[in-house]
Design a protein around this ligand. Sequence first.
Ligand code: LMR
Length: 396
Amino acid sequence: MILDNLDAAAADPILSLSVACRADDRAHKIDLGIGVYRDNQGNTPVMQAIKQAEARLLEEQSSKVYVGMPGNESFNAAMMDLLIGEGESKARAVGVQTPGASGALRMLADVIKLSAPDATVWLSDLSYANHAPIMKTAGLKVRYYAYFDTETKLVNSQAMLADMSQAGANDVVLLHGCCHNPTGADLSFEDWQAVTLLAQKQGFLPFIDIAYQGFGDGMDADVAGFRYLAERVDSYLVASSCSKNFGLYRERTGLAVIVGKSLEQSNKIKSRLLECARSTYTMPPDHGAALVDMILRDQALKQTWLDEVDAMRHRVQGLREQLAGALREKSGNPHFDFIAQHKGMFSVLGITPEQAQTLRQAHAIYLVDSGRINLAGMQEAHIDYIAEKLLLVTAM
Ligand code: LMR
């Protein structure tokens, strides 16, 4: 009978860690799992700019009536400005508000499936743990391009470009806009230039996932490579998130951007995305987008927000340097120096899943089995302990 055939789903490799860490009663536990920013006391406070916008919204909002299928159009436009800047492709860009960037990834995947049922989506090896499930659930094929060099812990550009040169007009190449999840190893500007040339030559569709704008080198610097590409290809897609840089995790605030060959084509594709959204969730939740819109359109609020993101970025960069320094000092070798070079919240440490499990079970340090740590989950007081246990389990 229907429903009798289902086995339980496997635990989510990231979300299950938060649950397990919460249930752990060891006082010295450290959660370096899910990509959430925490301050040096271990809290994720509501950002000041958000608090101020919320107070204003409470005063000003006069109705809770439906906003409309594409969500908040003013938010969509302001977010596209933040991403694309003044670039020429903005004239062909249309945005749709989505429930988080996962919602954007899925809706855009559904649209790809409608347009090209046999399309293959190429993901970086490694990539965000939810990329393959989203693409496969949408019915798309998934392949991987070489990305993370396990020796240098940086991008293996040559191998990456060699793999991408196999992708053609029926392929989509998914790129991380900045702050690569999970590895922390970002494309250089030269890499973006080379990928752009390949996209032009091979005709594949670039699909950019950007969830950490502002956490790498700065709000504009983080999209310099993406903007280079955006100005030089016929079409591209973007999934963008406000979870991290606005701290709006639970509000599920994201954006799907469609850029076709003409505005007319982009709008046609948008109408198909809205059709997919209608049969999935109808329309996105309003609150987070209303706040982001207010912040991006008010000079003082925007400055408060930019300053807060700068402070978060500097804290994480400082933690990177401190952890790399402690590891160098305790081990007497520079093996983990790459941690200071990585960008954004994450680094992949190059340890085995068994070593990651030992860190969890024996030392109450929670990290993803891929060896990914969330630097932004660390407190300064944790650094020596983490360095010591990491060297212990890796016998370095
Ligand atoms: C992460 O990678 O930890 C975050 O993006 C949270 C998520 O949804 O997986």
